[in-house]
Design a protein around this ligand. Structure first.
Ligand code: MG
Length: 167
């Protein structure tokens, strides 16, 4: 088994669509970044990469690479999942915590869980999506995400038994 941990933060900016967990949320600001700024998918991606000791998201998808400008962060997560499978592992479950002052995440938790389930292939009851407000932290203009994942070795396919020789 392997455990992985990821963390990310992005700053709120006006004139950008807010995307968290692969879902577009109604808000007057979005998260700045080279890609779509999806702080939650970035944290989950880094947790997966960390679990197999692969290079982190910034090394694989450099912010200076024009290919990733405005990119859908689901692409990063899909690449991390591909690497996890290639390393011989599959995800058991993932858990996450978002820390942001606004908007309220509660009404969107189900949609975010459904989208993360769609990308990862995990059942909804194996995806933790939690949100807190940054009490006393002075980070009201940022969204922060923490994520952990547990991986297990992929089951090795059983070889068909050779038929017994009959004399
Ligand atoms: Mg990021």
């Amino acid at each position: 088994m392997r455990i992985g941990y990821g963390w990310d933060s992005h700053e709120f900016k006006r004139g950008i669509t807010l995307k968290i967990g692969g879902v577009t949320l109604p808000h007057d600001k979005g998260l700045g970044g080279h890609s779509d700024g999806d702080v939650l998918l970035h944290a989950i991606t880094d947790a997966l990469l960390g679990a197999i000791a692969a290079p982190d998201i910034g090394s694989l998808f450099s912010p200076s690479d024009q290919r990733w400008k405005g990119a859908d962060s689901a692409l990063f997560l899909e690449e991390a999942l591909k690497r996890v499978r290639a390393a011989g592992y599959e995800i058991v479950n993932l858990d996450s915590t978002l820390i942001l002052a606004a908007p309220k995440i509660g009404p969107h938790t189900a949609a975010i869980r459904a989208r993360v389930a769609e990308i990862t292939g995990l059942p909804g009851d194996s995806i933790g999506i939690k949100a807190k407000t940054p009490e006393g932290m002075g980070t009201d203009n940022a969204a922060i995400a923490h994520a952990t994942v547990l991986l297990q070795a992929q089951p090795t396919p059983k070889r068909p038994r050779k038929p017994k020789k009959t004399k």
